[in-house]
Design a protein around this ligand. Structure first.
Ligand code: ADP
Ligand code: ADP
Length: 239
């Protein structure tokens, strides 16, 4: 049973650029997917459809059993609350502590007045701490985010996503700013999390070697079209 299903999804940006062309694809829980293609191929556009940061212009997109095309704001908030996302540049609040950054992952689950007052329920604090432990960075919980290395910041970003108790994790070029050993460590962590937490994970990657080393399945895009969908090993013949 897929938890994400694209059917003939196209995206045309307001300037007329068609970034996705009738893409059909589905994913099941726990799959670890690499999305590869040249810069501009549509990788970010594809993954951003899943939390509706980008809205499909046509087609159908089911996420966790809900049709995203035409969904109202309340429905959208519910879907987004279970989709975690991490970015190339971590997107942490630099002057906040690590723990506060991870608690931000709970924002979607709380009424605004509580978050404005910094009133986090005990369970949320426990969940944030457990997420930090899950990525092996508990000892940094009181440190300001901007005091950490890039690899540590990406771990905090992963913990923030995990504190949402997501069923889906989207990672947009998550290792592009990291040195190679750290990049490999983060890829291993993401792969292990996908397996152990049954978390569908989509990772956009510039480099095919990373995809071949870690992904169960590779999606190849070229100029907005799906040109490959299969095991990493089959990539060479398919170009
Ligand atoms: P990738 O992640 O593979 O680099 P993107 O999905 O970011 O590709 O972009 C696909 C294409 O759509 C590119 O040509 C890009 O310039 C264009 N694009 C991306 N976002 C927008 C936007 N908001 N408005 C117009 N064009 C966009
Ligand atoms: P990346 O290559 O990491 O996806 P980009 O530099 O392509 O980053 O895009 C950065 C931001 O600008 C994104 O929010 C993207 O949607 C937007 N963008 C990209 N291309 C265009 C474009 N041609 N017109 C308008 N916005 C764009």
């Amino acid at each position: 049973e897929p938890i994400v299903a694209f059917r003939d999804v196209s995206v045309t940006y307001p300037n007329g650029h068609q970034a996705l062309k009738s893409v059909s694809l589905s994913f099941v829980p726990g799959e670890f997917i690499a999305v590869v293609g040249l810069s501009g191929a549509g990788k970010s556009t594809l993954i951003r459809c899943i939390n509706r940061l980008v809205t499909p212009t046509s087609g159908s997109l089911m996420v966790n059993g809900v049709e995203l095309v035409g969904l109202d704001d309340a429905g959208l908030r519910r879907v987004r609350s279970r989709v975690g996302m991490i970015f190339q540049n971590y997107n942490l609040v630099r002057r906040k502590s690590v723990l506060k950054n991870v608690l931000d992952g709970r924002l979607a689950h709380l009424p605004t007045w509580k978050t404005l007052l910094g009133l986090y329920p005990k369970e949320d604090i426990a969940l944030a701490k457990a997420s930090l432990a899950r990525v092996g960075i508990s000892e940094k919980e009181g440190v300001r985010a901007d005091q950490l290395s890039g690899g540590q910041q990406q771990r905090v970003a992963i913990a923030r996503a995990l504190s949402q108790q997501p069923t889906i994790l989207l990672a947009d070029e998550p290792v592009a700013s990291l040195d190679p050993p750290t990049a490999h460590q983060v890829m291993r962590d993401l792969r292990d999390l996908a397996r152990e937490e049954n978390l569908l994970t989509l990772v956009n990657l510039h480099f095919i070697d990373m995809a071949q080393e870690y992904a169960d399945r590779v999606i190849g895009l070229r100029a907005g079209e799906l040109v490959y969908d299969g095991p990493a090993r089959g990539m060479q013949e398919a170009d």
